[in-house]
Design a protein around this ligand. Sequence first.
Ligand SMILES: *[C@@H]1O[C@H](CO)[C@@H](O)[C@H](O)[C@H]1NC(C)=O
Ligand SMILES: *[C@@H]1O[C@H](CO)[C@@H](O)[C@H](O)[C@H]1NC(C)=O
Ligand SMILES: *[C@@H]1O[C@H](CO)[C@@H](O)[C@H](O)[C@H]1NC(C)=O
Ligand SMILES: *[C@@H]1O[C@H](CO)[C@@H](O)[C@H](O)[C@H]1NC(C)=O
Length: 430
Amino acid sequence: MGFKEQQICLTQRKISVLIVLAFIPAAMFRLCFNNPFSTIDDTTLQDSKAHVLITNYSSSSTQEKETLCDYTKGKWIKDEMGPLYNGSSCGTIKEGQNCLRHGRPDSGYLYWKWKPNQCDIPRFNANRFLDLMRDKHLAFVGDSMARNQLESLICLLSTVSSPHLVYSYEENRFRRWRFESHNVTVSVYWSPFLVAGLEKSGKLDHNILHVDRVDERWGKDLERFDTVIISVGHWFLHPAVYYESGSVLGCHSCEASNCTEIGFFDVFRKAIRTTLKAVSGTHREVLLTTFSPSHFEGRTWDSLDACNMTEPYEDGKVLEGLDLEMRRIEMEEVTAAKEAAEVRLEALDVTEISVLRRDGHPGPYMNEFPFKNGVPKRVRNDCLHWCLPGPVDTWNEIMIEMLRRWRNWNNAETYKLISCIQQVIFSLVI
Ligand SMILES: *[C@@H]1O[C@H](CO)[C@@H](O)[C@H](O)[C@H]1NC(C)=O
Ligand SMILES: *[C@@H]1O[C@H](CO)[C@@H](O)[C@H](O)[C@H]1NC(C)=O
Ligand SMILES: *[C@@H]1O[C@H](CO)[C@@H](O)[C@H](O)[C@H]1NC(C)=O
Ligand SMILES: *[C@@H]1O[C@H](CO)[C@@H](O)[C@H](O)[C@H]1NC(C)=O
């Protein structure tokens, strides 16, 4: 090749490069605003009411069709399948919630399944869950309801993979497990207010809350979490003194202190707000399990019939009082947080579905064989936590569907990127 020919070739190359460079923005433009390769309808992925939606997958031979479903509307139907685990197959059920081992005689409460009106919730698939969480860290943060949900999840997962307890501190309040098969970490952090403070104890007759900063017991580890499940509520009812920006905000049930009674609803809202602000990050997924209803329903806590029902409410039950208000605050704060920033945050809205399950609590079986010496006049009841196995397993079945929906969204994004590259290459060829 002579010098002149080389020059011409170089010019040709320059022109080719220019043409290529010109095509890239064109391809990008097409990609962003009109992607002919996409099979997923974008409108289904950007629903602002997403906190009441899960996707329903009906696998039709080649492609998964996606429809949206409000899982909170439906009913409990009888289900012969029964739970995936029992009171002895999994070593992590807190004694007071292990109703099978504590001699609860009826077992009907184990044979119900939540059926949303518009879709089905698939039975919990532990392998699917572990696949979704591969190489990730899922943390539960909250009070004993968070623990209730966590223990259900550990039991469900242990049907396919052995959990290794790698950390335990303060009587099971802080624990961490590893599922080596999938490189999944699951942990639980005790933090009944989410925000900084002190819980009442022998020395302190009320709680102390600092509503403007998160509890460092979990906050210090936040960067290690990929997915966070938050669940609190009932501790806010106790006597407490509240602080904001270092000064007293007020108190609740404040016999001992002489500050102003301000109730707990606004404080609850502030605590949720502070927490959602702190946890929401671009690479983190957050689910807030809404308020878990108790079923004392006006009966005294030590009466024989405190919550001795053996079937769910049949014809629905309207949310009211505390359940209604606490859930409302949580839903509003989740919506506000989502509007403020683009974050992967949803409410795991279990209040309505759980209020029907008056049959799902340990009741007197919080203690072992409470009637072994005959039936006393008074008996201690737990009508707040849930038997395991029990209704909480359904919460985790819904949770997995929400995670799946997020992952699918991820896939849609990846799909777009691949289509983009395809288009650029296609442009270069022609
Ligand atoms: C509990 O489950 C384990 C494992 O699935 C099984 O071996 C055991 O027999 C079950 N126990 C009862 C009491 O059903
Ligand atoms: C396990 O997951 C972590 C991220 O959570 C990753 O850094 C690590 O490389 C993974 N280990 C294996 C063996 O894949
Ligand atoms: C009650 O309030 C007064 C005036 O604000 C204050 O001086 C006093 O220390 C308070 N007492 C207690 C027990 O907090
Ligand atoms: C619940 O307890 C009350 C009082 O002991 C009793 O009359 C009633 O039959 C019990 N209900 C069920 C479903 O066991």
